[in-house]
Ligand binder design. Structure first.
Ligand code: ARG
Length: 570
């Protein structure tokens, strides 16, 4: 179905006064619909058409043939106003929701592939609270892209290689921890975290320790078997905990191809860079110059022969193209790495990978927390930052207190409290444009009032509860559209009709916030409808209950696309 805007533009073109394209630019959607759902100010046309705006609007109103679904057109003081036929909108929207269900508004498969690299934490330590952002933005984007018709490859580019592991090895051996296989198998990430913190502390007093760690990593890179055994154990211990948290958050990946996975694919990259004369020596380092793009050189290899983060990203890009034939490759990584991605993409350009233009860094701002009266960014390496699992536990506890006060008999209340808690954290991360920093304020985030996760989930719960109380479901054939034409019902239906547009809008800007704001709008309109139009026991019960069911379906899927749990009872 073409949008109403397009239909109006076509109808205006047919009057012969101007092109559909020009008309489309003039159409706006006023927030207050008393003067129409679409309006065209005719003032800018006065010059070209050499007539007063008022007259232009009047002439157009008389000439234009109303497209299907619009009930009237009006000229008021130089504005041309179009009104949607409420019955038509209700019928077309509700019929389609009925036919498509949760997939209402989704696009047909478009044959395109998108790789989404997200979460991708450095392992050897636990997930910190700030990892929530990449994880949940990426998780949501992967769901939204799928709904927009893409085949999605969800990639976790684990930071499972690098000097950090040298540090852990040095510290592990220094503390003379047992290295028999049974002990290694039983290692937990908590123990690694302690080692990590111990290293940071010790290296402040002994600067030589950093060199030791680098040397240990080089030894690991060269293939030392014992070091490899330790590394494997460290990796497995962190991965176990990582998976536990992802499961809890409802996050999944198609590929766990971390940095270590690319070790054997790096020589080919180095050979090619050398063959194409792209790599030069600078201060003992192998680099690719990027002056022509106004960028600092990209570091490829250190003097001891060990490779770097960027080198592994070059190999990973080639691998993704070869394996998945992506049309787009997204990197959901904090704004702080903007330069890194520019460098990697431009080295690929110099290597002749024309598809480098299809790679996008999807940056986001940091989470700020109040520390001693100041908004501060959390740190992880020193072990002072909050761990994600602690934040999730605290969120669960807070919601559980609320449930215990209101509905202590609720079945599965621990699980539900955790899901609401996680959703609250997620919503707070997704509700605003992603490049903005997120100010994290416990009370505001967990509140059932305001633009929060609990608020939208509660709207969904209320819809479900009306359906449960009704005890029956209404069929499309049983409803009377005329009973759904009052303002509250119409506003809600009008919002539901926009789901497809919103999904495409979120994809166009790689912005889950488009859907988060949409969820808030639906929640608000649904509350209003339930409040103003009594559903159960009214003469319009069946029609209204049908709208409740349809809204529930749309909201459930929007919550799901955001990666929030669509709770039914709380
Ligand atoms: N492990 C990196 C970090 O924690 C993020 C990796 C992002 N993905 C990538 N392909 N570079 O900073």
């Amino acid at each position: 179905m073409n949008s109403f805007e397009q239909e109006i533009a076509n109808a205006l073109e047919a009057t012969g006064s101007f092109t559909a394209e020009a008309a489309l630019k003039l159409i706006s959607v006023p927030p207050d619909t008393t003067h129409g759902n679409f309006t065209i100010p005719c003032f800018s046309l006065a010059k070209v058409m050499r007539k007063a705006p008022k007259m232009i609007a009047e002439e157009l109103a008389a000439q234009v043939k109303l497209p299907a679904g619009l009930s009237k057109v009006e000229a008021v003081n130089g504005y041309l106003n179009f009104f949607i036929d409420r019955g038509y909108l209700a019928k077309s929207t509700l019929e389609e929701i009925d036919a498509k269900g949760l997939e209402y508004g989704h696009a047909a498969a478009n044959g395109k592939v998108v790789c989404i690299d997200f979460s991708s934490p450095n392992i050897g330590k636990e997930l910190a609270f700030h990892h929530l952002r990449s994880t949940m933005i990426g998780n949501s984007l992967s769901r939204i892209y799928k709904a927009a018709g893409y085949k999605v490859e969800r990639i976790n580019h684990l930071g499972d290689w690098g000097t950090a592991f040298g540090k852990l090895i040095v510290m592990y051996l220094r503390e003379k921890l047992p290295t028999d296989q049974a002990t290694l198998d039983a290692l937990t990430v908590k123990e690694l975290n302690i080692l990590y913190a111990a290293f940071s502390k010790a290296s402040k007093e002994e600067p030589g320790l950093e060199d030791e760690a680098r040397a240990a990593f080089t030894k690991l890179e060269k293939g030392d078997e014992f070091y490899r055994t330790l590394w494997t154990a460290f990796r497995a211990a962190t991965l176990k905990e990582l998976m536990r948290i992802y499961d809890m958050m409802g996050v999944g990946f198609d590929h766990y191809t971390g940095e270590s996975f690319f070790e054997d694919k790096i020589p080919a990259i180095l050979d090619e860079l050398r063959e194409k004369n792209l790599m030069i020596k600078s201060n003992e380092l192998d680099v690719v110059m990027l002056d022509e793009f106004d960028l600092n050189p990209c570091l490829i290899r250190k003097s001891d022969g060990s490779t770097l983060y960027a080198t592994r990203d070059l190999a990973a890009a080639d691998y993704r193209m070869k394996e998945y034939h992506f049309d787009k490759c997204l990197y959901v990584v904090d704004l702080g790495q903007a330069l890194h991605f520019k460098q990697v993409f431009h080295v690929l350009k110099k290597m002749g990978r024309e598809w480098y233009t299809n790679m996008y860094h999807i940056p986001f701002g940091v989470i700020l927390q109040m520390v001693d009266g100041k908004w501060e960014k959390g740190k992880t390496r020193t072990g002072t930052a909050s761990l994600l699992r602690d934040v999730i536990d605290a969120a669960q506890k807070k919601i559980l207190e609320f449930i215990d006060a209101k509905n202590p008999e609720l079945e599965n209340k621990e699980l539900i409290a955790r899901q609401i808690g996680i959703s609250a954290l997620t919503f707070n991360d997704l509700k605003n444009s992603r490049v903005k920093d997120v100010r994290f304020d416990w009370d505001a985030v967990m509140s059932f009032e305001g633009d929060t996760g609990p608020y939208v989930q509660n709207a969904h719960v209320r819809l479900c509860s009306i359906m449960r109380k009704a005890g029956y479901t209404v069929k499309l054939s049983e409803i009377d559209y005329a009973q759904l034409s009052d303002d509250a019902a119409y506003s809600l239906i009008n919002l539901l009709s926009k789901k497809g547009e919103k999904i495409l809008g979120a994809v166009a800007g790689d912005e889950p916030s488009v859907l988060a704001q949409y969820a808030l709008e639906i929640a608000e309109a649904a509350h209003k409808f339930i409040h103003e139009d009594r559903v159960l026991g009214s003469a319009e019960e069946k029609s209204r209950l049908f709208l409740v069911q349809s809204t529930q379906i749309v909201l459930e899927n929007v919550l799901d696309l955001l990666g929030l749990f669509p709770i039914r009872q709380m």
